[in-house]
Write a protein that binds this ligand. Structure first.
Ligand code: ZN
Length: 289
């Protein structure tokens, strides 16, 4: 009887050990898979972090590239040519700064298409036309320079220097906002040209760091009477041939004959070896006063 009960005890103890053993085994198994799961999660997290880091690097590179190239779409003058112009040593140069005033209008796109066809870049002295918001961006996007020609193009403002300056600044603000960072403040043209302006307004512009420019070649389209197309071509081509550095005045966005004359003008001048650039506010340009 005693031997029998000892055997039963042993059986129970054995079963207990077995159960504890199974329990430990299951626990370890669970722990292992939990740890494996933890490792997997860690790996997943670290690859996510790696991905984020890579994205950050790419983003930084893009930003750097973008900042670096944002203004490189402007066809800028080679450094040696810039130095020659600054020193007034322009012999042998065949440089043209084509300028369009008083836009943008619904006809600006036609001009942009012609310029694109001939791979020519120009400077657009614009005013504020809120219905043309997209066009300002398009001018800049196509590699041309947006430049200040006052917000309102109102000659009466010359009688009040403060109001005139406010009008100029209003266009700067508008262009900065509208062109999404592609507007470089600096180049300015007085409505009607500098001869149309009094000394205080000219001084105000220079004091505020603008470089103002008039023109030494005119298409002749600044008056109300339309200039025939052949005459417009002759005005520009003959005018450019007389200068090493030409600043050409056009109002092609409001004058149909100028738009019609533009392809021939570019065709002739490009064949004759002239190069077209956007203006650079660091350079001296032709001024009437
Ligand atoms: Zn004008």
């Amino acid at each position: 009887m005693r031997v029998q009960s000892t055997k039963s005890y042993l059986k129970i103890i054995l079963i207990l050990f077995l159960l504890i053993g199974i329990g430990c085994f299951l626990f370890l198994l669970k722990d292992k898979s939990y740890k494996e799961h933890q490792i997997d999660t860690k790996q997943a997290l670290s690859s996510i972090h790696e991905g984020i880091d890579k994205t950050k690097v790419l983003e930084q590179n893009y930003r750097h590239h973008y900042t670096k190239t944002r203004h490189q779409h402007l066809r800028e003058l080679p450094q040696d040519v810039k130095e020659k112009i600054i020193k007034g040593q322009t012999d042998g140069l065949k440089i043209v700064f084509l300028t369009f005033d008083d836009g943008p209008t619904e006809h600006t796109q036609e001009i942009l298409d012609i310029l694109e066809h001939y791979e020519v870049q120009a400077t657009f002295f614009v005013n504020t036309y809120e219905d043309q918001e997209q066009t300002y961006r398009e001018i800049a996007r196509k590699g041309h320079l947006l430049a200040n020609h006052t917000q309102s193009h109102n000659y009466k403002l010359y009688d009040d220097t403060d109001a005139f300056v406010a009008d100029v600044h209003a266009l700067d603000d508008y262009l900065s906002k509208t062109s999404r960072g592609r507007y470089r403040k600096g180049m300015f043209r007085f409505p009607g040209g500098s001869l149309n302006v009094n000394a205080p307004c000219r001084k105000a512009i220079l004091d505020r760091g603008y470089n103002y420019v008039d023109w030494n070649v005119s298409s002749g389209d600044g008056f109300s009477d339309p200039v025939p197309v052949p005459q417009t071509i002759a005005n520009v081509v003959n005018g450019v041939r007389q200068h090493n550095v030409s600043v050409v005045l056009c109002h092609g966005e409001t004058k149909e004959n100028t738009r019609k004359a533009l392809p021939d003008i570019l065709e002739i001048l490009l064949k004759e070896g002239y190069s077209f650039y956007v203006m650079d506010s660091d350079l001296p340009y032709t001024r009437h006063i």
